[in-house]
Design a protein around this ligand. Structure first.
Ligand SMILES: Cc1cc2nc3c(=O)[nH]c(=O)nc-3n(C[C@H](O)[C@H](O)[C@H](O)COP(=O)(O)O)c2cc1C
Length: 206
């Protein structure tokens, strides 16, 4: 099968498989604080790490500047919390379209913990959180140069919180943390086992 984007056979593929192919995607559970103090928390699966030194992460807002992108841009800060299997229901609850600035921590029954270097709170129940300072806000354009409301917010990770219960032999035990990942449709995946594979010499370590 081949189709040009926008011309797929909708009897064969009623739903766009793009997000099932670019999968699994890590979920950045983004907490922010607006300049007037309003708190926000929402999951973003157009999220990833883009550089390691300095460490850079980014999340992309569809449909214009949602609260996370708005608050991150105005404050210059955000926190990316790790969403895990056991946090799936509160994570999902924080995606509800609440009124701007209504605190999703309270809505989802989560605890706000103070950060050290940024004003936004982190999710206390999460095994890892990254404190970030915004380095760039990119209004992503299509090939015709038109902006269709996609905003990529990139941040440098300036502080890392890890629940020490998840440190084993000097490593973050990702299989124990069971991070959630987003697949297409309404599907999710969870990392519960890992394996190691040595790189060829000179193959980098990303
Ligand atoms: C697992 C998951 C992943 C999501 N990923 C994105 C995303 O990458 N981009 C986006 O714009 N919305 C995404 N959403 C929807 C937002 O979380 C939702 O629109 C939310 O209300 C935005 O909140 P905010 O306006 O407080 O930032 C996702 C929702 C879920 C449940």
């Amino acid at each position: 099968m081949f189709y040009e984007t926008g011309h797929r056979d909708k009897t064969q593929l009623p739903h766009d498989p793009f997000k099932a192919i670019v999968a699994p995607r890590p979920i950045g559970w983004i907490s922010t604080r607006a300049l007037d103090g309003r708190i926000n928390l929402a999951p973003y699966s157009f999220f990833n790490g883009f550089a390691s030194n300095p460490p850079i992460v980014g999340f992309s807002s569809d449909g214009g500047y949602k609260d996370s992108a708005t608050f991150a841009r105005e404050s210059g800060e955000f926190v990316a919390n790790l969403a895990t299997l056991w946090l799936r229901d509160p994570m999902n609850a924080t995606s509800a379209p609440l009124a701007r600035g209504e605190n999703e921590f309270i809505h989802a029954g989560l605890t706000m913990a103070e950060c050290r270097l940024v004003g936004a709170p982190r999710v206390k129940e999460s095994p890892a959180s990254l404190e970030c300072k915004v380095v760039e806000v990119v209004e992503i354009k299509n090939r015709a140069g038109e902006w269709r409301g996609h905003v990529l917010t990139l941040g440098e990770v300036v502080g890392v919180h890890i629940d020490e219960a998840f440190i084993r032999d000097g490593r973050f035990d990702i299989a124990a943390a069971k991070p959630l990942a987003r697949c297409g449709y309404q599907d999710y995946a969870v990392v519960e086992s890992v394996f190691s594979l040595a790189r060829p010499k000179g193959g980098g370590d990303a």
